[in-house]
Design a protein around this ligand. Sequence first.
Ligand code: NAP
Length: 321
Amino acid sequence: MNNIAIITGITGQDSAYLAKLLLKKNYKVYGVVRSIESSDFTKLRYLNIYSNINFVEVDLMSFNEVHELLRKIRPNCLYNLASQSSVGWSNLEPYDTYLFNSISVLNMLESIRKIDIKIKFFQALSSEIFGIPDNLPINELESISPVNMYGASKASNYNLIKIYRDTYNIFAASGIFFNHESVLRTGDFFVKKVIKSAVEVKLGKKSKIQLGNLNIKRDFGSASKYMEAAYIILQAEDPDDFVISSGKSICLQDIVNYIFKKLDISVEKLQIDNELIRKNDVKNSYGASDKIRSTLGWEYDTDFYNVLDDMIYFELNKGKV
Ligand code: NAP
């Protein structure tokens, strides 16, 4: 009999790659959406897997609906990738971000506790839980000290996972992800935003590109590769939390320069907009994924400039996702 997986946030970037991976491994995949009628399935269609997913409408804020979902489907594993996933948006909507990102996870863990503690649970966490790091590179021993509401909501997930794991013996595990990108990234995140705007400038649809602070460094990786890590984490003997990172940081200015050069755009098209500069921006951040490498054998080997090339090519040739 096939393994059964439920993926929440199935319309998102990561879920699309994870669903593709699980289908390849012969899982029956259920994808949770807010509304089948109004959801955007572009990413799943792009990967040619839309018709292989069993869609289910569930309000993840409702304990009863989450409980009913698990009771009916009885999956082997539940990957929770649904989240208000943007730091910028969390600054504008702190209450809704915290509420959804924390209560949805509580509903899932509590439903597993009540229905079957053998259902394995994966949670996508974020390097934002660490805030301004004491040490670089950042590993699993770094103190949890978020500086924005998105990070705070993910820190609450971290605590819940630990409690349900230690107290109720649930296989609750997490990937503490650093930034990861792909052609499926939506336009409100930095790298995709720059590429989209730069292509618009190239095509004469826009005259300038406005950006915030470019003198900060971040760890960027490949979304499809990071979803392999998510899968591997649930195959481990014991549940645990793992930093998933490329292991180095790149300055945002270097990314912009690379995109401009690739598209042959003059740097004069760039405008720094002080309004876009965030308070509390961490200056430099990169992770160390030694723990997952040594215990589970996941190794990061993708050059981020190759991911950038794919994203630029995609935006130039295929239009928006
Ligand atoms: P994404 O593309 O923004 O997808 C987010 C998904 O969550 C979408 O399917 C969205 O559904 C769903 N969602 C958002 N708000 C919801 C709500 N209130 N109710 C129900 N569903 C909701 O995110 P991603 O990049 O794939 O990230 C996947 C996970 O990894 C997230 O937990 C994110 O926080 C985490 N993460 C990502 C990165 C990264 O660099 N990508 C880094 C660290 C952590 P709709 O289509 O209905 O909006």
